[in-house]
Design a protein around this ligand. Sequence first.
Ligand code: FPP
Length: 245
Amino acid sequence: MPEEKTRIPADRMPRHVAIIMDGNGRWAEKKGVSRIKGHTAGMEAMKEIIRKSSHMGIQYLTVYAFSTENWKRTMEEVSGIFKLLVQFVKLDLSELDEENVRVRVLGDYSVIPEAAKKSLDKTLKTTENNTGMQFNVAVNYGSRAEITRGVNRLAEQVRSGEIEGEITEEMISRSLYTGDENGNIPDPDLIIRTSGEERLSNFLLWQAAYSEFEFTDLLWPDFTPEAYEKLIEDYAGSDRRFGGR
Ligand code: FPP
């Protein structure tokens, strides 16, 4: 996979970028088309951003694709989003695999429609030995549910005697979806949210402790690889101090 020329020096490149892909619905409304058309356009944008991230040498890319709150949308919209996921795997899995991208899922996806679950299982299996960028897709993900699940797992380990003494921050980190079960993903260096909204919406609450944020007014389907690179350049020019000084 060729690394693209970019103006960003390698030592300023974020190792892990997480994205809240927001604004598909408003994009569709503006164009006078169905919300599903908005998500379809969002899927196209997502593909380009995966490709761009891999070519720029980013090691981990995480996207918020479906939250625990998204079930409140109409059945038509929910099933449309999962159909898109199936379509994505059918049409684009081979490209991901050729790019040497390894896919992981954050969230409890056992409850999503069967066809989408099978597609995800196939994706994980096909890409499991790939050694390039890790692409984490958050599906039926909510950070409070993630932390609660982790704490319950630790409580069980305390009860069984597997853990003796204090619970540490390290143990909590490892108990999350981003922990051991998905290869212990480093915390995101940069979190991007599109569409002008500036909040975390239950995404990576624990992991975002020292993350930088970049916001753009662009709606997700309008978010281009060029706009993405610009935000990464802004990040690369920032001075992260991790609470020091
Ligand atoms: C936010 O826009 C987007 C979503 C809730 C879904 C994102 C889904 C995709 C990009 C398609 C890919 C899907 C998978 C499962 C990989 P919004 O609908 O909240 O926009 P709005 O705030 O303008 O209504």
